[in-house]
Design a protein around this ligand. Structure first.
Ligand code: GDP
Length: 434
């Protein structure tokens, strides 16, 4: 998907526009308890276009001067976006900060669409002309608070979307990526995995614009390791920010079948780890939890179990994920990782037979009757798998409202127990039978 970034100094109304653009997204994924969502990155749709959108505003750099803040924002936009929406405030005219942003954007080769916000009525339209002098062509008048002009703005932005490249790999290849906050050891792990004995790296490693794909074979399984561009090159101002690591993670997640959520045994689990892992779960990807830097922990016979309990407690929404304990630095226990990746990858695209599925559901209902409400009972007529990646089941019922979260969860567990879906989320959708 193409990516739009919104850039501009503080108080021009970036977040309002961002929220307007993403609108009310209808998602089949339930709200997951325990995940704090940070809507700085989302996806949107305009006409036939689907895109990702980044609100670069308010990067947490501490008390840096505004130039540094803006520079970091602009860097993210320039590196990550296909199109940049440069927002200014029509009420204020051009400020020094606007000029500073303009100068940074001017140096990049990315297309920029200039949006003049707070033009709340047609009489104010004359206010936009001075913004021609910023040098980005026609300014687009918009009003975040009134929701005006956004369609025209998106029309213009979508003209600059690049052609989408075809997905270039076979279906049986497992595409995976490593996500985690900075310094948990992602790059070290990439190198350690590729350095394993008998890993055969293909000489024709594919390279897309956003990512460096490394194609390799290990024990007859072909893999593509998706290394979002720059994971291995570091040093920009913004690379230590939380916003940036989330952004990296999302880009990698999008193209993966299996996501390795990397934790640091040395520093332990923090809130940011959960947030990043939450994105993999919400995207419906298969997940393996990798506890790296296992060499730094002083161990006795209970250490691993204790750490595992801590992981389970913190990542309840990833109860399907296996946990591997490794040391990238010492190259230890890496072999334990591959079976988990394979299993997760296979289960993520597993299909089950409808006949068996319906037997499993019938048995489940016999064991634990469906909920009732006001004297009527939830009836399950028929179930079928409608999608893979992740396995998605539609259960046809008499009344969707009566399919409570807890009952859905129960059915999911029965399906898991019957078919084995280790490593992957399973989605269940209740639908009314017509
Ligand atoms: P990234 O930001 O997640 O890509 O992390 P890096 O791979 O750059 O690693 C961050 C730091 O952790 C570096 O100093 C690594 O040498 C160190 N590191 C990575 N893996 C391990 C490990 O398994 N054990 C120990 N002790 N240090 C590690």
């Amino acid at each position: 998907k193409p990516t739009i970034a919104i850039v501009g100094r503080a108080n021009v109304g970036k977040s309002t526009i961002f929220n307007r653009i993403i609108g009310e997204r209808v998602s089949i994924v339930e709200d997951t308890p325990g995940i704090t969502r940070d809507r700085i990155y989302s996806s949107g749709e305009w006409l036939t276009h689907e895109f990702n959108i980044i609100d670069t505003g308010g990067i947490e750099l501490g008390d840096e001067p505004f130039q540094e803040q803006i520079r970091a924002q602009a860097e993210i936009a320039i590196d990550e976006a296909d199109v940049i929406i440069f927002m200014v405030n029509g009420r204020d005219g051009i400020t020094i900060e606007d000029e500073f942003v303009a100068k940074l954007l001017f140096k990049s080769s990315k297309p920029v669409v200039l949006a003049v916000n707070k033009i709340d009525n047609p009489e104010m339209r004359t206010d936009i002309y001075e913004f021609y002098s910023l040098g980005f062509g026609e300014p687009f008048p918009i009003s975040g608070s009134h929701g005006l002009g956004i369609g025209d703005l998106l029309d213009e932005a979508s003209k600059h979307f690049p052609e989408q490249p075809e997905e270039e790999y076979d279906d049986n290849v497992i595409k995976f990526s490593l996500i985690g906050r900075p310094n948990v050891g992602k790059s070290s792990l990439i190198n350690a995995i590729l350095g394993e004995e008998r890993v055969i790296v293909s000489p024709i490693a594919g390279t897309t614009r956003d990512a460096i794909d490394t194609v390799y074979t290990f024990e007859d399984q072909e893999y593509v390791m998706i290394d979002t561009a720059g994971m291995r090159k570091k040093g920009k101002v913004y690379e230590t920010t939380e916003r940036y690591s989330v952004l990296r993670a999302l880009k990698a997640i999008e193209r993966s079948n299996v996501v390795l959520v990397v934790l640091d045994a040395d520093t332990g689990i923090i809130e940011q780890d959960k947030k990043i892992a939450g994105y993999a779960h919400e995207a419906g990807k298969a997940v393996v939890i990798v506890v790296n830097k296992w060499d730094t922990v002083e161990k006795d016979s209970k250490t691993m179990k204790k750490f595992e309990d801590k992981v389970r407690e913190n990542f309840q929404f990833l109860d399907y994920a296996r946990i591997a304990f490794v040391s990238a630095l010492e190259g230890k226990r890496l072999k334990t990782l591959f079976p988990f990746i394979n299993e997760a990858g296979e289960n993520h695209r597993k299909r089950v037979q409808s006949s068996t599925l319906n037997e499993v559901i019938t048995d489940a209902v016999a064991m634990n009757p469906t909920p009732t409400h006001n004297g009527s009972r939830l009836n399950i007529f028929y179930s079928t798998q409608v999608a893979i990646e992740p396995p998605t089941f539609v259960v046809f019922v008499n009344d969707v409202e009566m399919m409570h979260f807890s009952y859905k969860r129960f059915l999911e567990n029965r399906i898991r127990a019957a078919f084995g879906f280790e490593g992957t989320p399973v989605h269940i959708i209740a639908r009314k039978r017509n």
